[in-house]
Design a protein around this ligand. Structure first.
Ligand SMILES: [Zn+2]
Length: 135
């Protein structure tokens, strides 16, 4: 018999039970303050690694997304030429092209940023965790 176990990793504030993984930025001190209630508490190694991976993924995603948009609109292609023709004729299907292109670029940026966040985020987070965590 197969048993399906769903695991959700959360880092909760001991006082208000807020998920501190939502807090922006990396953890590089042994103790952090909850972004909701201000309670200070010690973090473990997993929380440090998670914060570095998440943050580096976000920066890599934003970078690749902006580069992807710049590339799309500066390098001539059939699709970008069609979009500009649509724009000249009126909004019509232009919004559809924009949404499709942005979603496509976001998907590619997410795929590209994932290994960066996973690997580089782990390496950076591991070195910080070795320095600040005693567990
Ligand atoms: Zn709290």
């Amino acid at each position: 018999m197969a048993v399906y176990v769903r695991t959700i990793i959360k880092y909760l504030c001991p006082r208000c039970r807020e998920d501190v993984a939502k807090r922006p930025g990396v953890i590089n001190t042994p103790a952090i303050a909850c972004h909701v209630c201000g309670h200070e508490f010690l973090v473990n190694r997993a929380a440090v690694l998670h914060s570095w991976q998440k943050t580096l993924f976000r920066y890599a995603f934003l970078f690749l997304f902006v580069v992807g948009i710049a590339f799309f609109f500066t390098v001539p292609s059939d699709l970008s030429a069609t979009m500009w023709n649509e724009l000249k004729q009126g909004v019509g299907t232009f919004a559809g092209y924009v949404v499709g292109v942005l979603l496509g670029i976001a998907l590619l940026a997410g795929i590209g940023a994932f290994p960066f966040g996973l690997v580089v985020g782990w390496i950076a987070g591991n070195s910080v965790a070795n320095r600040i965590c005693s567990d």
